[in-house]
Design a protein around this ligand. Sequence first.
Ligand code: ADP
Length: 484
Amino acid sequence: MRGCILVLDAQDLRVRMASAAAPALLGYRQAELASLTLHDLVPALSAPAWQRRARRMAARAAVATGFRRRVRRRNGSEFPAEIRLQLAGADGTLFASIDPPFGNRDARPYEAALLRSVINTAPDAILTIDVKGRVGTFSPAAERMFGYAASEVTGRNVNMLMPEPYRSQHDGYLARYLTTGEKRIIGIGRTVTARHKDGHTFPIELAVGEVRVADSHMFTGFIRDISERVAAHERGVKLQQELSHVGRLSAMGEVASMIVHELNQPLTAIANFGEAARRLIESGGDPARAASFMEKAVAQAHRASEMIRRLRSFVSRGPTEREPIAVNEVVRDAARLALIGAADQQIHTRFELAEGLPEVTADRIQVQQVVVNLIRNGIDAMIEAGAGAGTGGEEPPLVVATGRAPDGAILVSVTDSGPGIAPEIAGGLFTPFVTTKPTGMGIGLSISRSIIEAHGGRIWCEPRPEGGTRFTFTLPLAAYGAGP
Ligand code: ADP
């Protein structure tokens, strides 16, 4: 004879559903079963008897109970059976399985077996506690996660699995919930910190359910260790910071070689002005003239130290820092850095900076880096096209402009009169390591794009009809991707 399963109301034991094997076992038709309570089938088990048992279960934080009782069929005949009752959910559902003692083992209650298998194999740790916070069930995954054997935890206060200050607060939470019904975590699920047997703490995602029987409660906890996820996130953030640092460093590599070269200029000038002043003084010349030479030497020394200061701030490391910035100011700073030596190459620069631009929230150093990259590329292109010392006449300028896009975003563009983008790389312009320059790294534009996109903007380039290229990027006014 096969056993059967009934789904009951946990309060009054009324039958809500019966498995297909129930009519054969109990002698009732399916439709008739729905008008019964478990008491009609198992006379020894009245609703009050069940509620007493449920309270005892709750005290042990158990979800299932089993016993042997006689079961009465419709025709009044009785048979002994193994009866197993199992709380199935917070909605007050009770599963009852009724198995004749010599019933087929395979017909044992599916739900009970399922629950056992879930508890034993779920990757998430599962535990139950009673109203006093004492642990009932402690699943194998919980043993692995917390380092305790179930026997070390069951019957003890669940707060042993928490670090301070939660450890001291937990009893209070539980008591407050039981008296006020104020839910801090039940049914919500939260990320909290757990404590391993060896004392280390780790982040977990905790979902708490509630099983309520008669006037007792117990709680089920599903716990997922999210250390990996948190660590991966932290690695990602760190990597990003490092990448932007690397970006600055490699851009610095280019800038540094220029600066080493360019520092010669002020140094030579300082030496020349100093020498001239010395001669004048020695020959009893006009002291005012000598003083003006000295003044020029001092100015050149300032210029040299300014170059070094800018280089240093350009690569100075730090997490990306968003703050309201005046784009024109950042563009001018960047241009000063990028244009070192451009005058020597007789490359003229024109600024067309729009007035009255609102500030945008952005990382000043990163935006500066993008502008430096674009201007350096423009200068390289114009030198390649033959602009430079000795060609004579007024060269067409490099234009650095700012303005507003139709959607209100800030626009920054750098327009050169170089040869245009080489067709063989046009498709991969913003991808790393694409370069046509013998000493180029091919990462300037790809870093520029990631910076601009991280700010919620766009960067693109277009050929100019009269020759040359215009690179433009946008910075939206609203902070984007910035931290809270
Ligand atoms: P790199 O300057 O190290 O080559 P970039 O990412 O800055 O790396 O640029 C990649 C390539 O794009 C350059 O090598 C060059 O061929 C092309 N390019 C960039 N800007 C311009 C420009 N203004 N005019 C023509 N070609 C350009």
